[in-house]
Design a protein around this ligand. Structure first.
Ligand code: BG6
Ligand code: MG
Length: 223
């Protein structure tokens, strides 16, 4: 297995803890507008899933029917509540070790990409002041399919100019690991091994991590 030439990072839950904000905003919508709650376990299944697809999954919980216009209103409201939380973010909200790892990655000559289905990705990268680190940004404005579809990572490799096999993906979502595997990329799960069971390696975060630690990373058989 060759040395990786590019690292592609998911955003929410990998570089910043916005996965918590998404959950808070969806939960508020479910409680205030739909009349039911959503569990932490169910929320895991929303990670890496686009805004409208997430809403569809939530509505399917209780088999409630809404028109397309009503669904757009609900998704817009959730996004407004989500952005209220994002507006309070500062560089202090970056997850531990992220900036140092980006610095070491660039110093090692490895390109840096973003692979997120969020339409708010650039705004968040600006708020936490790491936008300038990225050689390519693929976000929800450039793709049409949520993870686990590999589109976001395939476009990332393409924009960076490398083969898929030369890219390593960092992901906190089960759907994101699956998307990267489908793109034939090596995967580092950020989170718990019990959740990210198909990742090639699972780490709690970036603290004390060096790019060279990942040179030996081998891709498991496809899931
Ligand atoms: C992903 C999150 O990164 O982005 C999902 O894991 C979220 O929870 C999706 O639904 C879309 O985000 P946004 O910001 O476009 O609503
Ligand atoms: Mg994520």
């Amino acid at each position: 297995m060759s040395f990786p030439k590019a690292f592609i990072f998911d955003l929410d839950g990998v570089l910043v803890d916005t996965a918590v904000f998404h959950y808070q905003a969806w939960r508020r919508l479910a409680n205030d507008k739909l009349g039911f709650d959503i569990s932490h376990e169910f929320n895991e299944t929303l990670k890496g899933i686009s805004r409208m697809d997430s809403l569809d999954r939530i509505l399917a919980l209780q088999d409630v029917q809404f028109s397309d216009a009503e669904k757009t209103d609900l998704a817009t409201l959730k996004n407004e509540w989500y952005l209220e939380l994002v507006q309070q973010m500062t560089p202090a909200d970056l997850l531990p070790g992220v900036v140092l790892f980006l610095e070491k990655t660039r110093a090692a000559g490895i390109k840096i990409g973003l692979g997120s289905v969020s339409k708010n990705a650039k705004l968040i990268l600006e708020r936490v002041e790491i936008l300038h680190w990225f050689d390519a940004i693929i976000d929800g404005t450039k793709i049409s399919r949520s993870k686990p579809d590999p589109e976001v990572f395939l476009k990332g490799a393409q924009e960076l100019g490398f083969d898929n096999a030369d890219c390593v993906v960092f992901e906190d979502a089960v759907a994101g690991i699956e998307a990267a595997k489908r793109a034939q990329m090596r995967t580092v799960g950020i989170g718990q091994p019990s959740v990210l069971t198909h990742a090639d390696l699972v780490l709690p975060g970036f603290e004390n991590l060096k790019p060279a630690d990942l040179y030996k990373l081998n891709s498991n058989a496809n899931i």
